[in-house]
Write a protein of this length. Structure first.
Length: 336
């Protein structure tokens, strides 16, 4: 006997809602955080209207998930994140066993998201979440694989940071084959194809801004003004910025090694010509070769240059050594 099933209007509406929800793309929001207990509640409050705006978008609606990556914080950041997961269904977190650095947090976030798209931004609200809907619109309507944000106004920053950052990007672009926009940040939205490309690079010593540029893809650069932190303080000291910049150059350029080689060749050539000059001068004019001050100054100069070059070579060897050991870039202590 044929079985007949009756579908009520309410059932049809419910199934339609379920199918519509499943059809919506998922945007994963990756938020690295380190000692951000004060600012996280403010960040979460600012994200709530953004999520509703994205879901109700007329042109490109989407669902959202938020993945916080706790980079071994020493304050109550993990307790705040636990409370978020109890209160919000679309919030997840990862907590490291110690502080591995922001690059490791970005990598962990990219590896643990489920979304068709992702957006990276800092928890301190200096990357304004209010720009996410505009980034989403540009990404979907312009045929782009990525929308990247760069600072167009750094007057609020100190003199050293402002000028050092500009110098760093110019130097990095000249020493490497990259073309990173001056003022580039990690505030970026990507599609799944670009995410998979970034994850395909196995290196553990990472410079994400360089990796994003190296993998290519069609990227739209958008300017923004850095907002003030509503709470807490920056974790980036001037010393950390210099060290981070040095690591970036060594990660994407072998030019320092070439410079060492060329300077070595130049000094060998100069010393050879000076030797011929003093030999001819002594034979023809009978002048003795004098100048002990010049001798020991040259020895100190050459010794300093040799030690400098050995240090540069040592930095490259150290990175090879770290890669060969194949230690994981991070260790997850807790995940939900």
């Amino acid at each position: 006997m044929e079985q007949i099933t009756f579908i009520t209007p309410s059932d049809t509406e419910e199934n339609l809602n379920i199918n519509t929800e499943k059809a919506l793309p998922l945007l994963s929001v990756i938020v690295p955080c380190y000692n951000e207990e004060e600012v996280l509640p403010i960040f979460m409050e600012s994200m709530l209207p953004i999520e509703k705006s994205l879901e109700s978008s007329a042109d490109f609606p989407c669902r959202t998930e938020i993945l916080f990556v706790d980079d071994g914080s020493g304050d109550s950041t993990i307790e705040v994140l636990r409370s978020f997961t109890e209160k919000y269904e679309n919030v997840k977190y990862i907590s490291f066993s110690k502080n591995f650095g922001k690059e490791a947090a970005i990598l962990a976030g990219l590896k643990n998201i489920e979304g068709d798209f992702c957006v990276l931004l800092d928890a301190d609200l200096q990357h304004p979440p209010a720009l996410i809907p505009e980034m989403w619109q540009k990404l979907n309507s312009g045929g782009y694989d990525s929308v990247a944000m760069y600072r167009n106004n750094r007057k609020k920053e100190g003199f050293f940071r402002r000028h050092f950052s500009s110098f760093f990007f110019r130097l990095l672009n000249k020493l490497s084959k990259l073309n990173i926009v001056n003022g580039a940040t990690d505030f970026r939205m990507m599609n799944r194809m670009m995410i998979d490309a970034v994850l395909s690079l196995p290196e553990s010593n990472r410079f994400s801004k360089g990796i994003f540029c190296w993998v290519g893809f069609n990227t739209l650069w958008m300017p923004f003004e850095t907002a003030e932190r509503p709470a807490g303080k920056s974790k980036w000291s001037s010393g950390k910025l210099v060290s981070y910049s040095f690591d970036a150059i060594l990660s994407f350029s072998e030019t320092p090694l070439k410079i060492c080689s060329w300077i070595g060749i130049i000094f060998c050539l100069v010393s050879f010509l000076l030797g011929i000059y003093h030999l001819v001068k002594t034979i023809i004019f009978g002048d003795p070769v004098a100048g002990f001050p010049t001798l020991y100054l040259m020895m100190l100069l050459m010794g300093g240059i040799v030690l400098l070059f050995l240090g540069i070579i040592g930095q490259y060897l150290a990175r090879i050594y770290l890669e060969i050991k194949q230690r994981p870039p991070y260790i997850i202590k807790e995940k939900k």
